[in-house]
Design a protein around this ligand. Structure first.
Ligand code: PEP
Length: 248
């Protein structure tokens, strides 16, 4: 039986004081519930200190595909490991669209993360234009194939996939449970054509304006195995309610 995993993506939000309050609220409320928070790089040490020994793990929102060297402004996998990270998000649509990350670069980051022992949360998803043009599956397949080509399908046994329709991220427009389920089933089916065992175990999160009010319906879908949560992960009560809905 697959487990469900909810991960918060704090994006470029927070401060030492705000994070301390948020972490202090979610930690006791989620005792025994596996969840994760992906925080901005400067706050990894704070997350580590606050969450060590709890059921909440932590990670980053990006990583360099390079191991070390003259790459000003970049952060390596070994640096994330120094701060006890378990997860790293790769290929978030904001990185793809605002920072020009290609499928190939995302695949390199995924490979580097796994080689270091981090679990990549690989984001895939279509834009509104792409959905309206009927190419959702083509886009998601292309993004997945870029990773499978370089890392192999077996690598997905040590990864999480997050289906995040770009038109639903931070917009307040959630995919309906049926729309999300259809793409999740497509992803699992596609992986199953290559390796049925990996597909059956693969955690596929949904992301895109998930909140306490719509979490239960989304999490009840057979191929939705948790969520990647942006805005609502910054609000303790919302994040707690989403994690509890997934754990039911
Ligand atoms: C995200 O940033 O991955 C995300 C899904 O954001 P939001 O929940 O705010 O739509």
């Amino acid at each position: 039986m697959r487990k469900k995993l909810v991960a918060g993506n704090w994006k470029m939000h927070g401060s030492l004081a705000e994070n301390a309050a948020l972490l202090a609220a979610i930690k006791p409320a989620l005792t025994g519930i596996e969840a994760a928070v992906c925080v901005p790089f400067p706050y990894l040490g704070q997350a580590q200190a606050a969450l060590a020994g709890s059921s909440i793990t932590w990670g980053a929102q990006n990583v360099s595909e390079q191991a070390k060297g003259a790459f000003t402004g970049e952060v390596s996998t070994s640096m994330l490991l120094d701060f006890g990270c378990k997860y790293v998000i790769v290929g978030h649509s904001e990185r793809r669209s605002l920072y020009g990350e290609s499928d190939a670069l995302v695949a390199s980051k995924y490979l580097a993360a796994q080689a270091a022992g981090l679990t990549p949360i690989l984001c895939v998803g279509e834009s509104l234009d792409e959905r309206e043009s009927g190419v959702t599956e083509t886009v998601v397949a292309r993004q997945l194939d870029a990773v499978i080509r370089v890392a192999g399908v077996a690598s997905l046994a040590k990864a999480v996939v997050a289906y995040e329709p770009v038109w639903a991220i931070g917009t307040g427009k959630t995919a309906t449970p049926e729309q999300a389920q259809a793409v999740h089933a497509y992803i699992r089916g596609k992986v199953a054509t290559l390796d049925a065992g990996v597909a059956a175990q693969l955690i596929i999160q949904y992301g895109g304006s998930v909140k306490a009010a719509n979490a239960a319906e989304l999490m009840a879908q057979p191929d939705i195995d948790g969520g990647l949560i942006g805005g609502a992960s910054l609000v303790a009560d919302e994040f707690i309610a989403i994690c509890r809905a997934a754990a039911k």
